[in-house]
Design a protein around this ligand. Sequence first.
Ligand SMILES: [Zn+2]
Length: 236
Amino acid sequence: MNLVEDLVAAYRILAEHGVIDAYGHVSARSPSDPKRYLLARSIAPELVTPDDIMEYDLDSEPVDPRGRESVRERFIHGEIFKARPDVNAVVHNHSPSVVPFSVTTVAMKPIFHMAAFVGKGVPNFEIRKAQKGTDLLVKTPYLGQALAKTLGKSPAALMRGHGSVTVGETLPRAVGRSIYLEMSARMQLQAMAIAGPRGKIACLDEAEVKASVPAQDYNRAWPMWRAKALAGLKQR
Ligand SMILES: [Zn+2]
């Protein structure tokens, strides 16, 4: 497995699925040094190539910047990798159907088996509790730590008025969770519209969540997503 190539593919996959716009990013922990991670320089996701992938320590200092500009919200990645030794990939995105759940009291529910992980809990990061008057960006180690604390042991966290973060033990899992979190949010909005204010929505129950989450690694989708994404890269 070539991790740099996988990461380039991940950027393109997330852009293609409308999960990251010009500003989202995805990282992977270095397989040779768990105290380092890989993340693209500040560039639109669909333009990422292997030369754009930079290495960082867990304080989010670039190891060999060579004039490349770092993304300001890199602390999201470094601080989550520090707090969660089980996590090897992190996606931060502004996926549009998820944001409304971050600004209301309506919780995201596990309504779709492909996003059963929602049933493990998706806490909402209120940046104001950590610091007032920010531009909502997690651009300091302190804010990264506050976000990692809100995330806790969960597979994803919303970020109020901003977006969300999803994590996984593998890159395919973090990428798949981002794609299916967006889909699940859209489906929940649809279910709520169909059900009406007094209607009931049947969610996955605790036993179903427990049975579904370990199996849901998105490994069947990953080779297809990856091949399509890298074919686009070779055409350039
Ligand atoms: Zn952001």
